[in-house]
Design a protein around this ligand. Sequence first.
Ligand code: APR
Length: 246
Amino acid sequence: MTSPIPSELVDTLRSANRVVVLTGAGVSAESGVPTFRDAQTGLWSQYSPEELATPRAFRQNPKLVWEWYQWRRELVSKAKPNPAHYALVEMQELFPEFTLITQNVDGLHRLPGSNIIIELHGNIHRTKCFQEGTIVESWKDTGDVPPKCPDCGGWLRPDVVWFEEPLPEAELESAMKASRKADVFFSIGTSGLVYPAASLPHEALNHNATLVEINPAPTPLTPKADFMLKGPAGVILPELVKALRK
Ligand code: APR
């Protein structure tokens, strides 16, 4: 059962100037991308993400970590945006200011045309130097796994935020700023457990935003939400857009 769209929410949104959306793995679930915590199948089931997605793990076994990301990259490359991603593109046209903040590294928001996206946890399709942190667009295939940085010869790694690593400063700062100014803040498809991303809805609430959550399951944020729309994002978001366009 999905929640119907409350008319009070439609009224609130019609008078909103600044809308901010924070998305998590649940938004890509309907594209067939397993959430981070469900991702360990087959070959990789013996490892937990916490064992692979850390700088320590990479130092200890760079080949294993690179190959795991290679597998995840291939999985994500086959995925297509779902109705939730498309509805968010429509939403950006409905408000004077609309900011999309994502914890997802799959890049699926970009494909259908969402344009102002703050990627808090990086992007799996980008590669950087482990040593210098610089983005590397191309490198020679010498057979090394992981490949080597063309500038310094250090290992290359995916440009994603690992456990124990800080978030990119500029992105976090923009996300915080937007959250503080939001009239309405949506938390969609995220368990709200991983900080600092999970602090953004609280920032918005502290600055008097209306908080809307979309998730089939309750989260620690649910008791604070003004509206909890229970159900899959790929169903609820298109309904919300329809209600707003009426
Ligand atoms: N629509 C909306 N929400 C959904 C759907 C769906 N179709 N399917 C699942 N969900 C919800 C789940 O109920 C859960 O609350 O999505 C949430 C997914 O939670 P997590 O797997 O914890 O994902 P997320 O919150 O994005 O994790 C944050 O943690 O592992 C790190 O860096 C990784 O970015 C990730 C971060």
